[in-house]
Structures are given as structure tokens and as C-alpha cells.
Design a binder for this molecule. Structure first.
Ligand code: MV4
Length: 446
């Protein structure tokens, strides 16, 4: 097992990783920008190193500074959290070259899944069902017409280097192809320096359902069921739940089994999330995330498994000590992302937190790094906390969530807490009847 881990992140996820390390008896090193001198992750870590000025590009994304911080402190491993360097294959390779353990998959697996065409080809070869579409990249507008005609409209043109909704264009009919294709290519070149695009059949009202996996790189993999992340605004998740209200146990076991078998065959190491669109009872692979995700706590709540401790164990070279039969799914969990934003316009609301009172009681978990007197800097994303609630049933979970939101007080900045209180009055939310477009429509109409 590792003795000392450097946490290359900030905010609630830095605390999350720090807690896992402490329970495993591992010493922690925090890194921080000059904007984060008073941040909670710096206070709680055993040691800390300032790695640069406020902009992420000069601090949390500064690879030489992070490698130097490892060398200065003797940290043997880096946990990247999510965002920042978590899916940077070059970072994983550089750490490897320096004899530092990257707590995550191999650079090769990160690279494969970061290229959406390559990811889809890999998924298909491993027996995972995918969205019908082009066989790899579409290199000419003539080919785009042919693929779309054969498949039928509407179609989506997607950037291979994209993901998370960046560089997607819809074409409803043949006369929209030229424009969609050329725009997708140009935007992708500008944003990612890569103009490769592919085409998929457009699914009209799917849910976003993602399967959590854990693997040891030694041929063993398990799945930890799914999360339903359909409630999104502008490709930002707002509310996530496990299990999905749309699936039954047989569907879960079937898709989970397919994914776990595939990930084991791939020789993957670490946690991963295989993302699907789900429509009319069918799963369609879209992407794989090779990191710990923001919403991982809902999976922890229904399985009792500490995903960060498992990441650290497999990164240390230990084989999985869990089989699929050891894992069961009990109850229901919902996560609400608390952002420092106006709850109606979603404009960021950084500034000084004057007072905090967090809810508690049975089945309530708060992952947050704010405190009374803390100043939320304007340089980073606006997530300031996650409220995760567990119940024996989905209904108990919803009742407890309403209760917990009522207790939550954050003064000094605006937060998205009032949005969740509104959502809990909606029949579609109460009944779990929502798709990926539900929230945007609700916000337009209300
Ligand atoms: C799609 C789709 C419909 N059909 N692919 C958006 C983000 C990226 N991860 C994939 N996305 C989509 N891909 C096909 N073939 C609709 C979306 C999509 C979406 C997906 C998940 C959650 C929210 C979404 C909001 C708009 C569009």
C-alpha cells in the first residue's frame, strides 16, 4: 500500500480523497494556488505546497509544478480527483516516467477513451451496445450525406475530441448536413485542434444512465450498478440518483454484466463510468469516463463501498478483493449539486460565505469544503457542496431530501438550493419520469 499521496485538486473532492487516505493510514499532501491559501483542503492535509497563481492553467494544471511538489515532499502517488488533470493521458505518462503512481487508469486507456471514435470502436468490439452510426470518422461531406441517408434523419454530428456535449451538431434533414458537418469540423478544430467527426442516429428523448465499474488491471472487474443523470442543464448535471427509477433488477444485471465483462477484457485498472443513452428499453453506449465522477457518492450510499479507497488499493497493485456476488444494491440515493450561483439565472455568485448550517441526521451526507468566513474565489467552478441523501425507498429518500434542504443554510452567496426545493414539488420528479430534456424545458416554462 502507498504511504504518501499528493492530491492534485481542490474543494470538496480534495477533502473526499483526503478522507479516504486518512482512513487507510496514508499521509496526504495538498497542493494549492495562491487563491486557495485558506482553503479547507490545505488546512486538513498533513503538508501543503503552493504551486502557482490563481488561474488553473498556472496551478492545478501545471504538470511540472505538481511533479516537483511530489519530489519535494516524497509523495509516491498522485490522486487527480475529477476535472483538471484527471483525464490527461500525458500527465499519467509523465508521472509513470518519474516513478510516481497515477491513481487512475493507464495513460493508454485514458487516451483511447478520450478519443470518442476510438472509444466507440473499442466498446463495440467488447460487446457493448452502441448508438447506430458511422463506422468511425466521416472524412467528407459526401460521406456524411451517404451515412445520414442510409441511417435516416435526424442525425447528430459529433467531434471525436469532444464529449460532454461540446462540438455536437444536429441535422434534421439532408439540407442541414452541409452546414452541420462543416460547423462541427471547424468548431472542433478550433476547440480541440482535431477536426475528426463521426455521425450518430439522433435519439429524441433518452435518459442518461451510466454504469459504474471498478477493475484491478489484472483481469478482474465488477459493476456497481448505475446512476441516472438525466437532469442536466447545458450539459452540467444538477441532480443524480442511484438506482435509476427507469430500470428493473434484470435490466441492471444484464447491462452491468456486459460492461463488467468488457472492462475486465480490456485490462482496465481503476474506477470508470460507461455512459449510455437509454430509450425504449434499449441501452446505447456514448462515452466512457476514466475518472472518479462528481456523483460517485450516490453509488457509495447504495453499495457501502468506498470508491476512493478502492481506487487507491488497485493503484497500489492489489487485486480486487470484491466479487460481483459480494456487491448488493440497497435503498435509494439522490445527490443535489449545490452551486454558488443564482438559482434562476445560474450566474456565478462567488464571495464571502457569512454563515453555514449543514443538515444532518440519518441518511444525510454533505461533501463540501466551505466554512463560515470562507471566500469562494471566482477562478474555479461553482460547485460548493453536494447534498447526498439515502433512503430505504425512493420515496423515503425524497422526503428526507426535502427535510434536509429545509435545514441547509448558506448565507452570503446565492446557491442552487431553492431550485431543488422547487423541483421537489414537481410530479415528474416525484415519479422519476424525466428524460435528458426535462430540466431545460422546465426552466424555460417556469
Ligand atoms: C446524443 C443525444 C442524442 N442522440 N447522441 C450530449 C453530451 C454527450 N455526452 C452526448 N450527448 C448527447 N448525445 C445521440 N445519438 C443527446 C445528447 C444530449 C444529452 C445527453 C446526455 C445528457 C444530456 C444531454 C442533453 C442534450 C443532448
Amino acid at each position: 500500500m502507498l504511504d504518501k499521496v499528493l492530491i492534485a485538486n481542490r474543494g470538496e473532492i480534495a477533502l473526499r480523497v483526503l478522507r479516504a487516505c486518512r482512513e487507510l493510514g496514508i499521509a496526504t499532501v495538498a497542493v494549492h494556488s495562491t487563491a486557495d491559501e485558506n482553503a479547507m483542503h490545505v488546512r486538513l492535509a498533513d503538508e501543503s505546497v503552493c504551486i502557482g497563481p490563481p488561474p488553473s492553467a498556472h496551478s492545478y494544471l501545471n504538470i511540472p509544478a505538481i511533479v516537483s511538489a511530489c519530489e519535494i515532499t516524497g509523495a509516491e502517488a498522485v490522486h487527480p480527483g475529477y476535472g483538471f488533470l484527471a483525464e490527461n493521458a500525458r500527465f499519467a505518462d509523465i508521472l509513470d516516467e518519474h516513478g510516481i503512481t497515477f491513481i487512475g487508469p493507464s495513460g493508454e486507456h485514458i487516451r483511447t477513451m478520450g478519443d470518442k471514435i476510438e472509444a466507440k470502436r473499442t466498446a463495440m468490439e467488447l460487446g457493448i451496445p452502441v448508438v447506430p452510426g458511422s463506422d468511425g470518422a466521416v472524412d467528407t461531406v459526401a460521406e456524411a450525406h451517404k451515412v445520414a441517408e442510409d441511417m435516416g434523419y435526424p442525425v447528430l454530428i459529433k467531434a471525436s475530441a469532444g464529449g460532454g456535449g461540446r462540438g455536437m451538431k444536429l441535422a434534421a434533414s439532408a439540407d442541414e448536413i452541409d452546414d452541420a458537418y462543416n460547423t462541427a469540423r471547424t468548431e472542433s478544430q478550433a476547440a480541440f485542434g482535431d477536426d475528426a467527426v463521426y455521425i450518430e442516429k439522433y435519439l429524441g428523448q433518452p435518459r442518461h444512465i451510466e454504469v459504474q465499474v471498478l477493475a484491478d488491471g489484472q483481469g478482474h472487474a465488477v459493476h456497481l450498478a448505475e446512476r441516472d443523470c438525466s437532469l442536466q442543464r447545458r450539459h452540467q448535471k444538477v441532480w443524480e440518483e442511484a438506482l435509476s427509477p427507469a430500470l428493473n433488477a434484470d435490466q441492471r444485471a444484464e447491462i452491468g454484466g456486459i460492461v463488467a465483462t468488457a472492462i475486465a477484457k480490456l485490462g482496465y485498472r481503476g474506477v470508470g463510468t460507461v455512459e449510455f443513452l437509454y430509450e425504449n428499453g434499449e441501452f446505447y453506449f456514448i462515452e466512457m469516463n476514466t475518472r472518479l465522477q462528481v456523483e460517485h457518492p450516490v453509488t457509495e450510499m447504495i453499495t457501502g463501498i468506498d470508491l476512493v479507497q478502492e481506487q487507491i488499493r488497485v493503484a497500489s497493485g492489489l487485486p480486487l478483493n470484491l466479487t460481483q456476488d459480494d456487491i448488493s444494491f440497497a435503498g435509494h440515493a439522490i445527490e443535489c449539486r449545490i452551486n454558488a450561483e443564482d438559482p434562476e439565472t445560474f450566474t456565478p455568485s462567488p464571495g464571502r460565505v457569512e454563515a453555514v448550517h449543514v443538515p444532518g441526521g440519518l441518511g444525510v451526507r454533505i461533501d463540501s469544503a466551505i466554512y463560515a468566513g470562507y471566500s469562494i474565489p471566482p477562478y474555479y467552478d461553482s460547485l460548493i457542496g453536494k447534498l447526498i441523501v439515502f433512503g430505504k425507498t425512493r420515496n423515503e429518500c425524497l422526503m428526507r431530501l426535502r427535510r434536509a434542504l429545509g435545514e441547509y443554510v448558506i448565507e452570503g452567496v446565492s446557491t442552487t438550493i431553492p431550485l431543488f426545493q422547487r423541483l421537489l414539488a414537481e410530479p415528474a420528479i416525484m415519479d422519476g419520469r424525466y428524460d435528458i430534456h426535462w430540466l431545460e424545458k422546465y426552466l424555460e416554462d417556469n
